[in-house]
Each structure stands twice: as structure tokens, then as C-alpha cells.
Design a protein around this ligand. Structure first.
Ligand code: COA
Length: 197
């Protein structure tokens, strides 16, 4: 793997933010990915300037993103900003192209995961592009994210992960996350995990 540095999401160029969105669509199996690249790009554009967001990105020496970890103390506010930025028309267009997502969105809006505590941060996404995996980058990104969370005085980090995502589960467990709940969200079987500082 090319050498890299860890950089805050807010320091990336517009082109690098677009590349993160492209990797997201390729590696993260989520409702956001299913809404398509344009929606994911908008999400990261919004996140890169949102003060509730902590984002740590690994950028190679030649300037390409290799992976990232992103979270927010107000994840639903971030989703609301995305919806407002897209407008109902683009959202409807995205849904008309993918009608089966309508049910998934309905289910997600009634998600059984616990609400975020006031002094907690949600780790929303972490991903490493396929060629750079299994070389310690995921762990380094997660550690950088947790260090930022502690530096900002958050008392805990929570996340939801698919119950069959063996790699991510092992990564989180190694970092000290514990399963606190399990729930079903549409086609996803998820575990809720928490790390207290
Ligand atoms: C999960 C992910 C970020 C791990 O990134 P990575 O750079 O490959 O991880 P690392 O090399 O830092 O591995 C750290 C630890 O994670 C665990 N791990 C990572 N990949 C694993 C796999 N495929 N199977 C089992 N354990 C795995 C191991 O415990 C590993 O520690 P070890 O090497 O000492 O055994 C990466 O596989 C990925 O991007 N997956 C797709 C996106 C995703 O599922 N994100 C999580 C939900 S949003």
C-alpha cells in the first residue's frame, strides 16, 4: 500500500470528497449507497462542512483517498440536511428509479436502534478500499476517529453494524466496543454497539 496520512474530512478538496463517495458506494452496503452516487456525493459534501461531524480520511501520497471513518453527534440532523439539499424532486426521482427502497426508508425511519445519548457520538461509516485492506488501515482510522471523539469530550461512541459483517465486528470488538442491542431494520439484521471512554 502507498504511504498515506490521516486528514480531517473538512480538509479534503472537492475532488477528494467525491472520491470518498465513490469508495463508499463500492464498499458500504447501505441504504445511502443504494440511493446512488449523486446522493452519496451530496451526503459527503454536506458532512465535510457540518460542525457535528468528525471525519478522518487516509490520503495516499499521490492524493487519493484510501479509506475513511465518519461520525456525527447529530446523525439524523445530517440526514435531514441531505434531504433538504436534495429536495423532494431529486429524492423522488432516486426512489422512482429504485422503488423497493421506499419500504426500506420507511423501516429505517422507525428504526429500533436506541437514540443517541447527549454526550455520545455515532460512528456512521468506516471503509477501506479493497486493495488497501488487511494492512491495519481500518484500525488506524478507527483509532484516529476515537481519539478525535475523546479530544472533543464525548463520553461514548455508538454504532450499528450488520450482524454478518465479520470483519467490521472483529475490528470494533478489538477496539473495545460491546454489543448492547440487536434489531431488524428492513432487510438488515443489525447489532448496536457502544464504546464508553
Ligand atoms: C471493516 C474494514 C473497515 C476493515 O478495514 P481493514 O483495513 O481491512 O482492517 P485492518 O487491517 O485494520 O484490521 C483490523 C482488525 O479488523 C479485523 N478484520 C478486518 N478485516 C477482517 C476480516 N475480513 N475478517 C475478520 N477480521 C477482520 C481483524 O480483527 C483485524 O485485526 P488483526 O489483523 O490483528 O486480526 C474493511 O474490511 C471494510 O472497508 N469493509 C467494508 C465496509 C464496512 O463493512 N464497514 C463497516 C460498516 S459501515
Amino acid at each position: 500500500m502507498e504511504s498515506y496520512r490521516i486528514v480531517p474530512l473538512s480538509h479534503l478538496s472537492a475532488k477528494q470528497v467525491m472520491s470518498i463517495a465513490q469508495i463508499h458506494v463500492l464498499v458500504i452496503d447501505s441504504l445511502l449507497s443504494e440511493l446512488g452516487l449523486l446522493v452519496v456525493q451530496r451526503y459527503y459534501q454536506i458532512a465535510s462542512v457540518d460542525t457535528s461531524v468528525i471525519g478522518c480520511c487516509a490520503i495516499s501520497q499521490s492524493g487519493f483517498p484510501l479509506g475513511w471513518a465518519i461520525g456525527s453527534s447529530a446523525p439524523s440532523q445530517l440526514n435531514e440536511r441531505l434531504r433538504a439539499a436534495l429536495g423532494w424532486r431529486s429524492l423522488l426521482r432516486a426512489l422512482i428509479a429504485r422503488p423497493r427502497l421506499i419500504w426500506q426508508i420507511f423501516i429505517s425511519s422507525r428504526s429500533a436502534s436506541a437514540p443517541l445519548k447527549p454526550d455520545a457520538l455515532e460512528l456512521t461509516y468506516i471503509g477501506v478500499d479493497v486493495p488497501s485492506r488487511k494492512q491495519g488501515l481500518g484500525r488506524e482510522l478507527l483509532n484516529a476517529f476515537l481519539a478525535q471523539a475523546q479530544a472533543r469530550d464525548f463520553q461514548s461512541v455508538a454504532l450499528s453494524v450488520e450482524a454478518d459483517n465479520v470483519g467490521a465486528l472483529a475490528l470494533y470488538a478489538q477496539a473495545g466496543f460491546q454489543v448492547i442491542n440487536s434489531f431488524r431494520e428492513g432487510r438488515y439484521n443489525r447489532l448496536r454497539m457502544e464504546l464508553k471512554f
